[in-house]
Design a protein around this ligand. Structure first.
Ligand code: FMN
Length: 173
């Protein structure tokens, strides 16, 4: 049994407080690589991952996300934002994107970074501002947002995991 990997899956928690320093290029590359190894339907590798690190662009992503949610600081000050998108109208794209997001979050924990899955890219990239961002970043084509990740060095311990609900699993023998 690969205990380190198994324990990592149980220990990973969402981090919602980040140091301002940027992560290293090596750390980013490790996290992104793990994202690209997520399972995808038919092995099609349909998603793309956009890592936003330019502070002005990170601020623009924060502002656009905040338009659709309750808080003004949806990425909690993280210096890196990972956006996962899939081809508009593609086959099982949201599920592929969710698999990528899961790998990104688990990899961030393995690398010693803090990460939190952040919702609302599905709305962000339906707007003209969102589409303009993609163009500005050199991303051609029609894409649908699936989710995103706030990524950086954790500035606080994560709270313990809540107890798992009863009857989460059924075993049929
Ligand atoms: C689909 C999805 C959307 C989420 N969106 C947000 C979000 O917008 N903001 C946030 O702070 N956390 C978000 N989370 C993180 C969850 O709140 C978090 O995983 C949950 O509270 C359990 O905590 P844990 O990740 O530490 O186990 C999201 C998680 C998932 C899977």
């Amino acid at each position: 049994m690969n205990e380190a990997m198994y324990n990592g899956l149980l220990e990973r928690r969402s981090i919602r407080s980040f140091k301002p320093e940027q992560i290293t290029d090596e750390e980013l590359a490790l996290v992104l690589k793990a994202g690209t190894y997520a399972p995808t339907a038919k092995g099609a590798q349909s998603p793309i991952i956009i890592a936003v690190q330019n502070p002005e662009e990170v601020a623009a992503v924060n502002a656009l996300n905040a338009r659709f949610g309750p808080g003004q600081n949806p990425y909690y000050g993280a210096p890196t934002v990972l956006l996962v998108l899939v081809p508009a109208g593609g086959y099982l794209g949201d599920l592929d994107g969710a698999a990528v997001l899961t790998n990104l979050c688990n990899a961030a924990y393995a690398v010693g970074l803090g990460a939190c899955w952040i919702n609302r890219p599905q709305f962000m990239f339906e707007t003209n501002e969102g589409r303009d961002m993609l163009k500005r970043w050199g991303v051609e084509g029609a894409w649908r947002g699936v989710g995103s990740v706030a990524l950086g060095y954790p500035a606080a311990e994560a709270p313990a995991a809540r107890p798992r609900k009863e009857n989460y699993c059924y075993i049929v023998k």
